[in-house]
Write a protein that binds this ligand. Structure first.
Ligand code: 5AD
Ligand code: SF4
Length: 439
């Protein structure tokens, strides 16, 4: 039976850009099925929590959020669905641990949530089967959060099985999206006036069109040939799959931003080997030199894990050494945390928590110093910024990103959201730049 009024839904997203993109898709599907968005969990009939399993801390955050949501059910008819990576990994366990949760859907089953606004079911359910086929969401059904920058998923899953990583067990094996549907979605963004396209996948460099076998470099060329969007970014790349042709394609296509996120994880070849990353410190440094030769000024960012089993002080020094040599524009750093099903979970988590904490603090201190030095040099420069809206923490300023993907908060008399603007840099912090709209 159809409920008397439309179901109001609220989606809370944890984790990476892929999850943000999945939530935009889910939101569109729910709207398409007759649902309406709620302002917050308190005034929703259906609360959907999109989850991240990559670190233990992400799971802890989820369970504490679910704990806080439980009170919503007191005296009210509210359903709670858990979707995404933790849903896939934990399945029924979530229902056992959190009685307030009604439904669990893995990343490949997210389309099924549309049925929840059509038919209210009191039956608890878990749906976590992987599909081998690529599943399309028509571009018109996606409800995008940003008016300027659009995510386009090109592949999903991962075949690498890095020793620490749970992703191959939550997102499954690599699946590539047919190139014609990637291009359809990019054209749809172009028609809607989007200025930037962000191609997404756990391992974008291993992309192959399932029909023609065209590789990632060709995908970049074909996406760039679509008129409209002026900036193209992509993530995540893997140093092992980052073939020279990809760097050359980037350098040859002006629309591809001079920016790359290339997770290093550790600067020690011995640790990289134990992590099953399949490249050495030297291989990584070679890629960086090639990128800088082809695209001087390219801005690089990376991920670092400290305290992987067996990481010695010397190994850790090698990580710091690479950070000093490469001078990344930004960096995400994490304390190693053992994850279920992974190869490293069988190893002794030998680095004490205090040591991990000290190493993490050291990485972050060094990186902050590097960023402050680099940002200081930008004062007085004028740069192109894509305005994405008002600053979340600074609502009196507008906020955007430059070609290098740096956050730039700036003053402007009129609202330039969704447009490119020239911004003169007048100040900086360790993690962002501050400026004024020029002209
Ligand atoms: N422990 C700590 N960090 C991890 N990451 C992935 N798995 C783990 C783990 N078990 C980090 C990696 C990856 C980023 C998304 O999360 O640095 O690149
Ligand atoms: Fe995880 Fe490695 Fe795959 Fe990245 S490449 S998702 S770190 S297994």
């Amino acid at each position: 039976m159809k409920p008397p009024r439309p179901i109001r839904f609220f989606i809370r997203t944890f984790g990476c850009q892929m999850n943000e993109s999945d939530s935009e898709r889910a939101s569109g599907l729910l709207l398409g099925a007759g649902g309406v968005p709620a302002n917050g969990p308190e005034d929703a009939d259906l609360v959907i929590v999109n989850t991240c399993a990559v670190r233990e801390k992400s799971e802890e955050k989820l369970f504490s959020y679910l704990g806080r949501l439980a009170h919503l059910k007191k005296g009210k008819h509210v359903r709670i669905a858990v979707v995404g990576c933790v849903a896939q990994l934990r399945g029924w366990e979530i229902l056992e641990k959190c009685p307030a949760v009604d439904y669990v859907f893995g990343p490949d089953n997210a389309a099924e949530i549309a049925s929840l606004v059509e038919r209210d079911s009191a039956l608890k359910s878990v749906s976590t089967s992987w599909s081998e086929e690529w599943r399309e969401t028509p571009p018109a059904l996606i409800r995008r959060d940003s008016p300027a920058s659009g995510f386009v998923t090109v592949m999903e899953g991962c075949d690498n099985f890095c020793a620490y990583c749970v992703v191959p067990y939550t997102r499954g094996r690599e699946k590539y999206r047919p190139l014609p549907s990637v291009l359809d979605e990019v054209r749809d963004l172009a028609r809607k006036g989007y200025r930037e396209v962000q191609l997404l996948g756990q391992n974008v460099n291993s992309y192959r069109d399932p029909e023609s076998g065209k590789p990632f470099a060709e995908l970049l060329r074909e996406v760039a040939a679509v008129d409209g969007p002026q900036w193209i970014r992509f993530l995540t790349s893997h140093p092992k799959n980052f073939r020279p042709e990809i760097a050359e394609a980037m350098a040859g296509i002006r629309k591809v931003c001079r920016e790359l996120h290339l997770p290093l994880q550790s600067g020690s070849s011995a640790v990289l080997k134990k992590m099953k990353r399949d490249y050495t410190r030297e291989d990584y440094l070679d890629i960086i030199s090639r990128l800088r030769r082809l695209m001087p000024g390219i801005r690089l960012s990376t991920d670092i894990i400290v305290g992987f089993p067996g990481e010695t002080d010397r190994d850790f020094e090698e990580t710091l050494d690479i950070l000093r040599t490469v001078r990344f524009g930004s960096l995400y750093s994490f304390r190693y945390s053992p994850r279920p099903l992974t190869a490293a979970a069988k190893l002794n988590d030998s680095v004490p928590r205090e040591v991990k904490q000290r190493r993490l603090a050291e990485v972050q201190r060094l990186q902050k110093e590097i960023q402050l030095e680099d940002h200081r040099r930008l004062v007085g420069e004028t740069m192109k910024v894509l305005c994405l809206g008002r600053g979340r923490k600074t609502p009196d300023l507008f906020s955007g990103r430059n070609e290098g993907n740096q956050v730039v908060n700036f003053r402007s008399a009129e609202d330039p959201t969704g447009r490119f603007v020239e911004v003169r840099i007048t100040g900086f912090g360790p993690y962002s730049l501050v400026g004024e709209k020029a002209g």
